[in-house]
Design a protein around this ligand. Structure first.
Ligand code: SF4
Length: 706
């Protein structure tokens, strides 16, 4: 690639849901990143953003389609024509033999809105399968279900991020923003500088918790007991807003009765948080003129994730926060397009615009846009884990197409899922690197990266933003939109492959839905620094703040959901005496397919680690940097010991970015929430022991399989 002069393109970071503004500067052979102020964000990137351009010309980049002719053979380069023909003919064969639902489609929360939309249409219109879901099921589904039940709509933050700076008190539950989204801390720093207080709930004294006014070091899996306990104190001390409850909500009495049993001494026994801290937290929240309750993966990634979030929403509603200035409840989205990716149809039970696939009216609206009969639209498919687990089972899927996801590393009970994927008759993966999942595939399709294509994403505020193309695609790579359109043609469907054309169709399809993008255009996004949905027409300003007058429920009132605390699906016992919790490191993103290939990030965090309290380590004869064998009822993994007093004595923490024997998800419990189908990544029972590796194990310790 050669350019003349210096070309600067305003775009956004390819990683998390903050979607920080950045410029890509291309000069001759050099590609550099500059921080760019965007919205209220004054600019600034984390180490992942600063190094993102390294991947654009990375030597391991895939640039040719690969096929595996025999299951026991290797992947061989082929032409695009041959790859698409092979995939289409295998899909046809499998569907003829086993039915349309024998083919599954697995998407990702990092895909642009256009890709998420086209993927849903591809599954249902071209392949006519009901089996489509995505990795956002592992990420945001509990937050979505709880928000819809209470507010009638799921937009993670119903207010702009900048409101945080003006809020007098913020309760942040299960999120380590100082490491996962460092630039967002500017709002929390401003909030503290304005005299506000920050309460952080986390089993670890993370850098975020260390910056707080109050850290509640919770026992993993006890979040709903904490929320109920805080509301109990708020009721007892008359901190609740009776007028607001009367005018804007329904069913408070049932919640009031439920929380009556959560007196502080009992909640201290369940959560491990001292009564005095519970009372202080309730008073800080209840006596502030404005306050926010923000929940994230900590409470959500549990087999009762929906109940946990609902319990914190109850607290926010009872304090009269939702819809008031600098106040409310919000769920912090993690993946790059975690918000938009869950709105436009790659979820098993959903159609574009946040429509429901089982709703006849919604089905008719989308069938009309897609030019098919409503009766031709498949029904709801299986949620992510169930779909993957169905492989090799009667009526399970036989073929799977994966876009923007790496379930060999990111799915719970990963060894079992890997074994399932190996049984597939056809595995197709579209990616720009040979991820651990792509390495198992029968067909690998090299896709373009973020700076080589155009597309919209919806950040954690509900603001639709535009990633612009900064440089031509790597030779041989194609965008997922082109791949889907080429495959669709083989099944008699004619799809657009240009992002703008797909977005124009998405706007029409979302019109009238809960997530209405009808009034959003690429030009408006550029001019207005993004547009907040819902935005039903081009003369509509978009809605940065929701719920100011009414909620999105049928009667306009928010609905309380009574919650009873229940244990995690698996509690520590004599055999597995520790809580295991998982999460992220500052240097890596998700399954690490990208960040494990960036030199600086790899050097910062090169291998799997386990945080252990020194007292726990001592009792197991483990010292700093020892190799540790981690075991749960799902299997075992290995990681380097990192001793720290910042973690609870009864808990160990393992980041989930690493591959091979360093996979945290070899250990995690796949039991899911009954409503959201979110697996219980955040809590299970584990044991640890010092491991003396033989040469073979030492070689594979924490290393990438790719
Ligand atoms: Fe990128 Fe997120 Fe880091 Fe911002 S915080 S630079 S969006 S990874």
């Amino acid at each position: 690639m050669a350019t003349t002069g210096r070309i600067t393109t305003a775009t956004h970071c390819p990683y998390c849901a903050l979607q920080c503004g950045m410029n890509i500067v291309v000069e001759d052979e050099r590609i550099e990143v500059e921080a760019r102020p965007f919205g209220a964000h004054q600019g600034g990137l984390c180490q992942k953003g600063w190094t993102a351009a390294e991947l654009l010309r990375h030597p391991e980049r895939l640039t040719q389609p690969l096929l595996r002719a025999r299951k026991d053979g290797g992947l061989q380069p082929v032409t695009w024509e041959d790859a698409v023909d092979f995939i289409a003919s295998r899909i046809r064969e499998l569907q003829r033999q086993y039915g349309r639902d024998a083919i599954g489609v697995f998407g990702g929360g990092g895909l642009t809105n256009e890709k998420a939309y086209l993927l849903g249409k591809f599954a249902r219109v071209a392949l006519k399968t009901s089996q489509i879901d995505y990795n956002g099921r592992f990420c945001m589904s509990s937050a979505a279900a709880a928000s819809i039940a209470a507010f009638g709509i799921d937009r993670g933050l119903p207010f702009p991020l900048a409101d945080i700076a003006q809020s007098q008190c913020v309760l942040l539950v299960g999120s380590n923003l100082a490491e996962t989204m460092p630039p967002v801390m500017q709002y929390f720093q401003a909030q503290r500088a304005n005299g506000g207080s920050l309460i952080v709930v986390d089993p670890r004294l993370t850098p975020t918790a260390a910056a707080a006014t109050l850290h509640l070091q919770i026992t993993p899996g006890t979040d709903s007991a904490l929320a109920n306990g805080l509301l109990h104190i708020a009721v007892r001390e008359r901190l609740i807003d009776a007028v607001y409850i009367e005018q804007r909500t329904s069913r408070f009495d049932a919640v009031k009765r439920a929380v009556a049993r959560y007196w502080p001494a009992r909640v201290e026994r369940i959560t491990g948080i001292p009564e005095k801290q519970l009372e202080l937290a309730a008073r800080l929240l209840g006596m502030s003129a404005s306050a926010m309750v923000l929940t994230a993966r900590g409470p959500e990634q549990q087999s009762k994730g929906v109940e946990n979030v609902a319990a914190f929403i109850n607290l926010a509603l009872a304090l009269g926060l939702c819809g008031k200035p600098y106040s409310g409840h919000g769920c912090l989205t993690g993946q790059g397009n975690g918000q938009g990716g869950r709105e436009h149809g790659q979820k098993a039970d959903q159609l574009p615009g946040y429509r429901k696939i089982e709703n006849p009216e919604h089905r008719r609206a989308i069938a009309q846009i897609w030019g098919i009969e409503e009766s031709e639209l498949p029904g709801a498919g299986k949620p992510a884990y169930e779909m993957l687990d169905s492989i090799g089972q009667e009526r399970g899927i036989r073929g799977l197409l994966v876009f923007g996801s790496n379930p060999v590393v990111s799915a719970p009970r990963a060894a079992h899922i890997e074994e399932r994927l190996r049984r597939l008759d056809l595995l197709v993966v579209s990616d720009f690197f040979l991820s651990e999942t792509a390495a198992l595939a029968d067909a690998v399709l090299p896709s373009t990266q973020w700076a080589e294509e155009e597309g919209t994403l919806t950040n954690l505020e509900g603001r639709v933003i535009l990633r612009r193309r900064a440089l031509p695609p790597a030779a041989g790579a194609r965008s997922d939109l082109e791949i889907l359109a080429a495959l669709a043609t083989r099944f008699g469907a004619n799809f657009q492959s240009d992002a703008r054309a797909v977005f124009a169709e998405l706007r029409r399809a979302s019109s009238g839905g809960a997530a209405d993008y009808a009034g959003i255009t690429y030009e408006r996004i550029k001019k207005e620094q993004g547009v907040f949905w819902p935005c039903p027409s081009e003369d509509h300003p978009g809605m940065p703040r929701l719920f100011t007058n009414r909620f999105a429920t049928a009667d306009g009132r928010a609905l309380f959901q009574p919650v009873e605390y229940r244990h995690a699906a698996e509690e520590p016992d004599a055999e597995f005496p520790l809580y295991l919790t998982t999460g992220r490191l500052a240097a890596h993103y998700q399954s690490g397919t990208q960040t494990r290939r960036v030199e600086k990030l790899k050097n910062t965090a090169p291998e799997a680690l386990v945080e252990i309290h020194p007292a726990t380590a001592r009792s197991h004869g483990i010292a700093e940097n020892d190799e540790v064998l981690l075991e749960t009822r799902r299997g075992s993994a290995t990681a380097k010991a990192r001793l720290t007093t910042s973690i609870r004595i009864d808990t160990i923490f393992v980041p989930f970015h690493f591959a091979a024997r360093g996979r945290a998800n070899l250990l995690t419990n796949p039991v899911t929430d009954p409503v959201s189908k979110m697996p219980e990544f955040k809590v299970c029972a584990a044991k640890i022991s010092k491991q003396n590796p033989g040469p073979e194990r030492a070689a594979s310790f924490g290393a990438s399989a790719a």
